[in-house]
Structure formats: structure tokens, C-alpha cells
Design a protein around this ligand. Structure first.
Ligand code: G4P
Length: 536
């Protein structure tokens, strides 16, 4: 490789941060994303990135269904520059109707910001997404949002994060007051108070900020009372003695999550979060892959020429063209327009033409891209989830895991004459990773089962089968609400009476449980078997 090119790739890789914001619906992910865009100069006023209740659609709303519902169904990426750092935000729908795409997208991230509502603590969806981050091995920063509203005690929140998520929490800053009296945060390392004041209508602009030594905070005109100050000083002292000290190594090893307090809506504390975020999160790093000779190799982002893998497929982004786009994360080298790559699974060469990255304002055709970037490539049926493409060829990145489905329905065509079209449509949608397909372990002649992580996947399934394959379907919901793959001898597996043993599309045994209680029971009853939430 030319020295100049290697230098460019090294520098471009070093200044990239590819991450996802994870949260439970309503915790403030959209608002925080919007603030990041605001501080990056991408938008001038808040309110341009659509939330569910906004009429303006978010930049990632392509499908007509998405627009009708005003939510972002698909996990896509936005790229922009924040103070010299190239940010790739992977969009992970946090709505109740999220899908397996959300999980898969997290495997393309190098880090995550977890947003928690200060009044609600760690909620169900956050817990699930956090587990996927853990499995993907990415470090997580925590942002405790909505400090301008009455919330739980910050000390209790820390304890909850530690207890529920099993990670040590290390407050990077600490709130000064809460609810109506929330005035700012104290930066623990240097005991400077960052005091904020709104300058315009709520949520529309960045706040004014003033930095003073903590002990002087009550002497400013920033609404800090002596009582509040005393409490903060006490807390900070307690944290010094009893809190978890932050170390960069522990953060990168996922043993600790640095915690930031603030308010996305008013912007209090968010710039500090973003500044520390770009400072401490990792740039794209080497990734393991399987060489065709059977050995495991490490793909270095700078040393190795272009390589990428597909983490998401999306059809019908443009109804006029009925196209399908494969989203790839670049793991090494430089992408240039019309690059010729090897597609090992198909054993052929492919030209990557017409790629686009998603900018906030538009879909743009891109000329070059670097490790950590996401490119969308037209997919005339060439790509499946997990496919690797590379200039060198001869290796595949690790297959993407499959995640425990929680919703199950038997599927049959409304018109039996359409059986073949249904089979064809299902085959394609399963290959795209839009839905999982199961059959009973012991054939009983029952229709197959479609399985999903979120309800929306069923709606998209029905919509696409009707729209693209002209098949109406009947879905009969089954009474199970979680599942797990069984590793071990299936003939000796003691299945709870109400559970159903099925076979997934790769022939692996997946057990459907009627409750998490029943699943825990099965785990206890089968110590010889491994019962796992994702399959690799
Ligand atoms: P999400 O993407 O995680 O689902 O959450 P989103 O940002 O849409 O925020 C959910 C609601 O919480 C919104 O109010 C938003 O304005 C509010 N919110 C976000 N951050 C803060 C904060 O720091 N303080 C306060 N007080 N509220 C916050 P909404 O009324 O549901 O929607 P909208 O009409 O304001 O769009």
C-alpha cells in the first residue's frame, strides 16, 4: 500500500466514532441525537429530526409505513463531523416496535450511549439492548436524562444500574440540584461546576454555560442555593470515598460505565457528554475473521485493504424504484467509488457502485469512505445478512448472531392457491433477516411459525408479502413470550409441559416458553444443556 494512502487511512480511522444510542422508548434518544446534530452545526434549530409526535419525518424515514406512523422502523446511519471527529450514529429504533435489525445494528457499533430516564431508571428495552452491547463487546457510556424533572435519587440510580445491568457505574459528573432546581453538573475530576441557563424557548437552542469552582457555585446568579450546594459537596465527598473510580482500561474492558447527568431537552450537560464521548470511546479497531483455510485471522483497519460486512438489508426504500439496499460497515481500508471486490460466499467479483451514505439532509452518493463508516449499496439479490466483501478475498467476518425471538405466529396464506408465492416471499424475507422462520421439531402438519423480536416485524412482513408477492396471510398468534436455543443432546432435554420445541431455519433447536418463569425452570431442570438467548 502506498505510504500516503496508509497515512490517510490511519488518520481517518483514528478520527471516527461509530456508535449507537440505546434506550427505552421516551427516555430521550431522539432529543439527545438532535442535540448532537445541533452542536455539530448540522441543524440550526431543534425540531428537525422527527420524533414520533412530530409531523416532520426523521432523515431515516423512508418506507411509506414509516412515514405514516412517524417512527423510524429501519436502523440506518447518519454521518457528520463533531469538533473534528467523524461521527457515525447508527439509528436503533427504541420504539416498542423495535426489531431484530436493532440488535444487528449494535454489532456494527464500536460503542454505545445508554440513555436512562432519571424518573424511571433502567427499563426493559434498555436492559435487552445493553445485553446485546455486552455480547458485542462494546463499551457503554450512560446518560441519565430528564434531570430537570422530578426523578429518583442519583445514588439509587447508580445502584440500580449496577444491580440490574451487572456493570460498575462511575459518575463522571454529578447533578447540582434536580427537577426545577437543576442548575448544572459538577465535573468530578476537577470539581468545576458547569452551570446552565436557558437562553430561548425550551429545546430550541443551546443553553448558556458558566464554569466556576464548585465551592463558589452558590455565589453565582445561576440558581444554586446553599442547601443544594451543601448536598452536592457531601455527595461528591461520599463518591470520592465509596464510589467506583474511573479507569480507561476498565471502561474499554466493559467493566465500568461512566455516568453523566443532564437534560437533553434543555441541553444541560450534553456538550460535556459528547466531548468526553469522542475523547474516550474507541475508534474502529481490528476485527476477527475466519480465513478460508480454517484459521482465525485479525483484520486490521489500516493494514488490510478494503473489507466490509453486511449488517442490514432494506427493501423498498424508494417506492419508485423498488430497490433493495445492503448496508455495510467498513472494517478496513478505503472505499472508493466503483471499487471491485470479492464476494466469497458467491465466489465472484462485484463492483460496488452507486453507494450512498445517509446524511441528515439527503441521501448522497459517496466518493470515498473509511473504517467505521456505513455505506448503502444497491442489492440486486447479491447480499445476505453477514456477507463479507473485500479486495483481498479469502476470509469472512464472524457470522452475525441470531437473537431470541419473543413473538410467534403460525402463518398461512389467506388464499391457499398462493402457497408458492408465500414460500417464495418468506424465503426472501428470511434471507434478509426480516423475520425468523420455525417449524415444529416433530412434524405435525401444522403451518410454519414466523418469529420476531418486535411486533413491527409482523406488520412489515404482512405489508411486504402483500405489496411485493401479492399474498395476503393469516397470522395466528401463539401463547409464548420468550425462547432460547438449546445446545446439547436434544433427546435428553426436559421440556416444560407448556413449552414448544421447534427447529429454526438452520435446523437448530429453539424452545418457545410461555413465560420467563418457565424458561428459568427449564434452565434449572437441564443443567447438562446450555440454554442461550442468541445463536451464533
Ligand atoms: P425517545 O426518542 O427515546 O423515544 O424519546 P424522545 O427524545 O422522543 O423524548 C420523549 C419525550 O421526552 C419528549 O416529549 C421529549 O421532549 C421529552 N424529553 C426528552 N428529554 C427531556 C429532558 O431532558 N427533559 C424533559 N423534561 N423532557 C425531555 P413529548 O412530549 O413526548 O414529545 P414532544 O412533543 O416534546 O416531541
Amino acid at each position: 500500500m502506498e505510504a500516503a494512502t496508509a497515512k490517510t487511512i490511519r488518520e481517518e480511522t483514528r478520527r471516527r466514532r461509530t456508535f449507537a444510542i440505546i434506550s427505552h422508548p421516551d427516555a430521550g434518544k431522539t432529543t439527545l441525537t438532535e442535540k448532537l446534530l445541533l452542536y455539530s452545526g448540522m441543524i440550526r434549530t431543534a425540531g428537525m429530526v422527527g420524533g414520533r409526535k412530530s409531523n416532520k419525518s426523521a432523515a431515516s424515514d423512508w418506507m411509506s409505513m414509516e412515514q405514516e406512523r412517524g417512527i423510524s422502523i429501519t436502523a440506518s446511519a447518519m454521518q457528520f463531523t463533531y469538533k473534528g471527529t467523524v461521527i457515525n450514529v447508527l439509528d436503533t429504533p427504541g420504539h416498542q416496535d423495535f426489531s431484530e435489525d436493532t440488535y444487528r445494528t449494535l454489532t456494527a457499533a464500536d460503542s454505545a450511549i445508554m440513555v436512562i430516564d432519571a424518573a424511571k431508571g433502567v427499563e426493559a428495552q434498555t436492559r435487552k439492548l445493553f445485553e446485546v452491547c455486552r455480547m458485542s463487546g462494546i463499551p457503554v457510556l450512560t446518560f441519565v436524562n430528564k434531570m430537570d424533572m422530578p426523578g429518583l435519587d442519583p445514588i439509587d440510580l447508580m445502584a440500580e444500574v449496577e444491580e440490574v445491568l451487572g456493570i460498575e457505574a462511575s459518575p463522571y459528573n454529578w447533578p447540582i440540584g434536580s427537577g426545577k432546581a437543576f442548575a448544572g453538573v459538577v465535573h468530578r475530576a476537577d470539581e468545576q461546576a458547569y452551570l446552565y441557563r436557558k437562553v430561548a424557548a425550551a429545546g430550541s437552542q443551546m443553553p448558556e454555560v458558566s464554569k466556576v469552582p464548585l465551592e463558589d457555585a452558590a455565589e453565582t446568579d445561576y440558581r444554586v442555593t446553599d442547601d443544594v450546594l451543601e448536598q452536592v459537596m457531601e455527595d461528591v465527598e461520599l463518591l470520592e470515598v465509596a464510589g467506583n473510580p474511573y479507569t480507561h482500561e476498565a471502561f474499554l474492558n466493559r467493566e465500568i460505565t461512566p455516568v453523566f447527568f443532564g437534560s437533553a431537552l434543555t441541553g444541560f450537560g450534553v456538550e460535556m457528554l459528547f466531548d468526553v464521548f469522542v475523547d474516550i470511546t474507541p475508534a474502529p479497531s481490528p476485527r476477527p475473521a475466519d480465513h478460508k483455510n480454517g484459521s482465525e485471522i485479525i483484520i486490521d483497519p489500516v493494514e488490510k485493504p478494503f473489507s466490509a460486512y453486511v449488517f442490514k438489508l432494506q427493501a423498498n426504500m424508494d417506492p419508485r424504484h423498488r430497490d433493495c439496499v445492503a448496508f455495510m460497515r467498513i472494517n478496513s481500508g478505503r472505499y472508493e467509488r466503483n471499487l471491485q471486490v470479492k464476494h466469497d460466499r458467491l465466489g465472484r467479483q462485484i463492483r460496488l457502485s452507486r453507494p450512498h451514505s445517509l446524511m441528515v439532509d439527503d441521501r448522497k452518493t459517496i466518493e470515498e469512505a473509511f473504517p467505521g463508516d456505513v455505506i448503502g449499496v444497491m442489492n440486486p439479490g447479491l447480499f445476505a445478512i453477514g456477507d463479507t466483501v473485500s479486495v483481498d478475498g479469502g476470509f469472512q467476518f464472524k457470522p452475525l448472531p441470531q437473537f431470541q425471538p419473543e413473538l410467534f405466529s403460525r402463518i398461512r396464506p389467506a388464499d391457499f392457491g398462493k402457497r408458492k408465492s408465500l414460500d417464495k416471499g418468506l424465503k426472501q424475507l428470511v434471507a434478509e433477516g426480516a423475520i425468523q422462520l420455525l417449524e415444529d421439531w416433530v412434524d405435525t402438519g401444522n403451518p410454519p411459525i414466523v418469529a420476531a423480536v418486535g411486533q413491527l416485524q409482523f406488520e412489515v412482513l404482512q405489508y411486504r408479502l402483500k405489496d411485493e408477492y401479492k399474498v395476503g396471510v393469516d397470522l395466528q398468534k401463539l401463547p409464548y413470550d420468550c425462547s432460547a436455543w438449546v445446545i446439547g443432546e436434544i433427546s435428553t432435554f426436559k421440556k416444560p409441559i407448556n413449552a414448544l420445541l421447534t427447529r429454526d431455519q438452520y435446523g437448530r433447536p429453539l424452545v418457545l416458553f410461555s413465560s420467563t418463569w418457565e424458561k428459568d425452570y427449564a434452565i434449572r431442570e437441564n443443567p447438562e444443556h446450555q440454554i442461550v438467548d442468541y445463536a451464533t
